[in-house]
Design a protein around this ligand. Structure first.
Ligand SMILES: Nc1ncnc2c1ncn2[C@@H]1O[C@H](COP(=O)(O)OP(=O)(O)OP(=O)(O)O)[C@@H](O)[C@H]1O
Length: 639
C-alpha cells in the first residue's frame, strides 16, 4: 500500500482494458448487479476505472480498500464491506423492551383475531405476527394454538430452505465434504441416543467434526422432521474466538449468513436473529443466563464442548446443569470431549451412555527439539536462549540464574527424563545444544531460527506459533519485526492472537495472506481447540501455557508458564493438518513430551480457594461447600 500511495505510478493499460471487458460483461449479465474488487492494482487505477464506469453509464465507489462498480447508484458507506465495523448486539434497556413488547402485544391481539376465525385465511396478518413475535415462543399472553400454527408454518419454511440448499450444486458439494468427516458415520447412532437419553457423553478426537457437525445434525434432523422452529440448541465453547469461528463455519455449511438459523453470543457481542435456533456461546454466557433463567426455558438441547479442558466455567456448568435435569425432563444434555476420558463424565451423570468418534486429520509430521536442531543445524548455547522481555530482562535473567527453590512435580520429571536420555543417534552439534538446553526459557532465538528455516526451505503455508501470554507474544513480535526476513511485510505477515484482544482483531487470523506472503500467527493456548485456520500448515509448540497457581511464599495466586499436558500438545499439533497435510515443531525433546501428564489438572483444583469461593459467590449460590461438593472432582473438604 505504502509503495503505491507514495509514488502513484501511472496505471497499467492492460488492467484498464481488463476492466473495460469486466464492465461490459456486467452490463450484459442481467443477474449481476455489481462487481466488487479488493485488488491493490485496482485501487491504484481507481480514478481511471471510475471514469470508465461513468462513460459506460455505470456507478463506482471506493470503500476503504474495496472498489465497487454497480448498475445502480452507490451509497457513501457500505457496512457489508467495512471489515472494522464492530458487529455488536444492541442491548435495549428493560423498561424500553417492556414498552415495545406491550405495543407488539396490543398489535398482535388485534391482527390475530381474524386469523383464528377464518382458519388462516388472513395470510398477511399471520405473516406479520410471525415477523415480530417468533422468538418469543414462551409468551404467556399469546394463545398457544396460534403460536403452534405460526411455528409450524415457520418449520415448513425452514425445511424447504434446508432442502433447496442441500440440493443446490454448492450445497451438495458441502454435504459431500461433511460426509467425509468421521462424525457423519455416527450421525444416526447419535440422534437415536439423544432421543432415548437425557444425557450423553461423546469423545471425539481432533478433527472428527464434533464441534461443527454434532449440533448441526440435531438442528438438521429437527428441521427435517418439521420441528425446526420448536427447537432451540445451545452449544458452549470455552473461548470467545471458537464460539464465533464455529458459528461462522456452521452458517457457511448451511448456505446461510451468520445470524440466520445459526448465531453466536459472547461477552458484549453477538450475532443472532429471530430465526436463530442454534446458538454458539461461551460457557460463561450460559452460566450467566442460568442465573436469571434457572430452568433454561425454551431451550431444547445443550451441548457443552471441550469438557476435557476442565475449565472452571465448564465444571460449574456441569454442577448447575446436573441440578437442572430433574426439573427439565425434556432437556437434552450432550457433553463433548476431545479425549478418551469420557467415563469420568458418564459416571458423574449416573452412567450416561458414551459414544466414541475417531479423529481425522491429514498427516501431520511431529518434529521434536532434537530433530529440529539436527535439521536446521541451529546451535544452542547457554546465553542464546535467554528471552528478552525488554525492561524485565535483568530481573528475569537474574531469576533464571538463581537455583530454583521450589520445583513442581512435572519440572522434576522433565529433568529426570532429560538426564536419562543420551540422544546417541544424533550428531555432536545437536548433543551439545541439547546439553545446553534451558527448559525454563521459551527460546525466542530458537523460534526465530525455525521460522527462518520454514520461510526459506519449506513449502508454502501459514505458521501458528503457540506462546504462553501477551508479554512473550509482544516481545517476540518486536524481535521478529527487527529481523531482515521475518520483519519484511512483503514477505511475512505477522499477526497476534490473545484473549484480551478485541474480537475484531482476533478475527484477523482467519484472513488469507496476500500471494507470496507467509502468514505467521503468534497465539496463546486460546487457538488450541475448536478452531480451524484454513491455511495453517506449520505449528510451533513451545510446550508451555500460563496457569493459575498458588505462590505459597508470597501467599498470592499467580499466573505462571507451566508445562502443558499430552492432550494439549496433541490439540496444538492438530491445528495443522485440518485442511491439508502439516508439520508440527515441538520446541522440547521427545523425552520431555513423554514425561508430560496425560491431562491437565482441572482449574477447579488448581485455583486458590479464596478466588474459587468468590467466583462461586458471584453465581449467587447459598452454600459454597454444598455447591463444591457436587462437583465432578471436588477439592478436599478439609481444604
Ligand atoms: N473454517 C473452516 N474452513 C474449512 N474447513 C473447516 C473449517 N472449520 C472446520 N473445517 C473442517 O471440518 C473439520 C471438523 O472441524 P471441527 O471443528 O468440527 O472438528 P472437531 O472434531 O471439533 O475438532 P477439534 O476439537 O480439534 O476442534 C476440520 O478438520 C476441517 O477439515
Amino acid at each position: 500500500d505504502h509503495e503505491y500511495e507514495d509514488h502513484r505510478p501511472s496505471s497499467s493499460v492492460a488492467n484498464i482494458d481488463e476492466w473495460r471487458w469486466k464492465l461490459s460483461m456486467l452490463q450484459r449479465n442481467a443477474e449481476e448487479q455489481e462487481i466488487i474488487s479488493r485488488d491493490r492494482r485496482d485501487r491504484r487505477d481507481y480514478d481511471q476505472i471510475a471514469n470508465l464506469a461513468k462513460r459506460m453509464g455505470l456507478y463506482s465507489e471506493l470503500y476503504g480498500k474495496v472498489i465497487v462498480a454497480s448498475k445502480v447508484p452507490l451509497p457513501n458507506y457500505r457496512p457489508d464491506l467495512d471489515d472494522k465495523r464492530p458487529q455488536r448486539e444492541v442491548v435495549i434497556p428493560l423498561s424500553l423492551q417492556r414498552r415495545v413488547e406491550g405495543f407488539v402485544q396490543e398489535h398482535l391481539d388485534r391482527s390475530l383475531l381474524p386469523f383464528d376465525k377464518d382458519g388462516g385465511k388472513t395470510e398477511s396478518g399471520s405473516e406479520k405476527a410471525e415477523q415480530v413475535n417468533l422468538d418469543e415462543k414462551q409468551d404467556p399472553l399469546l394463545d398457544e394454538s396460534v403460536m403452534e400454527k405460526i411455528l409450524q408454518r415457520k418449520s415448513l419454511r425452514m425445511r424447504n430452505f434446508q432442502r433447496s440448499w442441500q440440493e443446490s450444486p454448492e450445497g451438495a458439494k458441502m454435504v459431500e465434504f461433511r460426509k467425509s468427516l468421521p462424525a457423519y458415520k455416527e450421525k444416526e447412532r447419535l440422534l437415536a441416543a439423544i432421543a432415548r437419553n437425557q444425557v450423553i457423553v461423546i469423545s471425539g478426537e481432533t478433527g472428527c467434526g464434533k464441534t461443527t457437525q454434532l449440533p448441526q445434525f440435531v438442528l438438521e434432523s429437527e428441521i427435517e422432521s418439521g420441528r425446526g422452529a420448536f427447537c432451540n440448541i445451545i452449544c458452549t465453547q470455552p473461548r470467545r474466538i471458537s464460539a464465533m469461528a464455529v458459528a461462522e463455519r456452521v452458517s457457511t455449511e448451511r448456505g446461510e449468513n451468520l445470524g440466520e438459523s445459526v448465531g453466536y453470543k459472547v461477552r458484549l457481542e453477538g450475532i443472532r436473529g429471530k430465526d436463530t435456533h442454534l446458538l454458539f456461546c461461551t460457557s460463561g454466557i450460559l452460566l450467566r443466563r442460568l442465573l436469571s433463567d434457572r430452568n433454561l426455558n425454551g431451550v431444547s438441547h445443550v451441548f457443552v464442548d471441550e469438557i476435557h479442558e476442565r475449565g472452571m466455567n465448564e465444571d460449574f456448568l456441569l454442577i448447575v446443569l446436573k441440578d437442572l435435569l430433574s426439573r427439565r425432563r425434556d432437556l437434552r444434555l450432550i457433553l463433548m470431549s476431545a479425549t478418551l476420558n469420557a467415563e469420568l463424565f458418564s459416571s458423574y451423570f449416573g452412567g450416561a451412555p458414551t459414544i466414541h468418534i475417531p479423529g481425522f486429520t491429514h498427516p501431520v509430521r511431529a518434529h521434536f527439539l532434537e530433530d529440529i536442531l539436527e535439521r536446521t543445524g541451529y546451535k544452542m548455547t547457554a546465553s542464546n536462549q535467554l528471552d528478552d522481555y525488554g525492561q524485565d530482562k535483568v530481573w528475569k535473567t537474574q531469576r533464571q540464574l538463581l537455583p530454583r527453590k521450589r520445583k513442581n512435580q512435572i519440572t522434576t520429571l522433565v529433568e529426570d527424563a532429560l538426564q536419562n536420555s543420551n540422544f546417541e543417534t544424533y550428531g555432536s552439534r545437536t548433543r551439545d545444544s541439547l546439553a545446553n538446553w534451558n527448559p525454563d526459557c521459551i527460546g525466542f532465538n530458537l523460534i526465530e531460527a525455525v521460522l527462518c528455516h520454514i520461510c526459506r526451505k519449506e513449502r508454502a503455508g501459514a505458521v501458528l506459533v503457540f506462546m504462553t501470554g501477551w508479554d512473550d507474544i509482544s516481545s517476540l513480535k518486536d524481535q521478529l519485526k527487527a529481523h531482515p526476513l521475518l520483519g519484511d511485510p512483503n514477505r511475512v505477515l505477522l499477526l497476534a492472537c490473545h484473549g484480551s484482544m478485541a474480537t475484531s482483531e482476533q478475527r484477523l487470523i482467519f484472513d488469507k495472506a496476500p500471494p507470496n506472503v507467509r502468514k505467521v500467527v503468534l497465539a496463546t493456548n486460546m487457538a488450541e481447540a475448536s478452531i480451524t485456520i484454513n491455511d495453517i500448515v506449520f505449528v510451533m509448540d513451545c510446550g508451555k501455557a500460563k496457569e493459575t497457581t498458588y505462590d505459597a511464599l508470597n501467599n498470592t495466586p499467580c499466573l505462571l508458564p507451566s508445562w502443558i499436558s499430552k492432550a494439549s500438545s496433541r490439540q496444538r499439533r492438530g491445528r495443522a493438518g485440518r485442511v491439508q497435510p502439516g508439520e508440527c515443531y515441538h520446541l522440547y525433546p521427545r523425552c520431555v513430551y513423554d514425561a508430560f501428564a496425560e491431562y491437565q489438572l482441572p482449574e477447579l483444583l488448581r485455583t486458590p480457594l479464596n478466588s474459587l469461593c468468590l467466583q462461586i459467590k458471584s453465581l449467587q449460590v447459598d452454600s459454597i461447600g454444598e455447591f463444591l461438593s457436587a462437583a465432578l472432582q471436588p477439592p478436599e473438604p478439609r481444604a
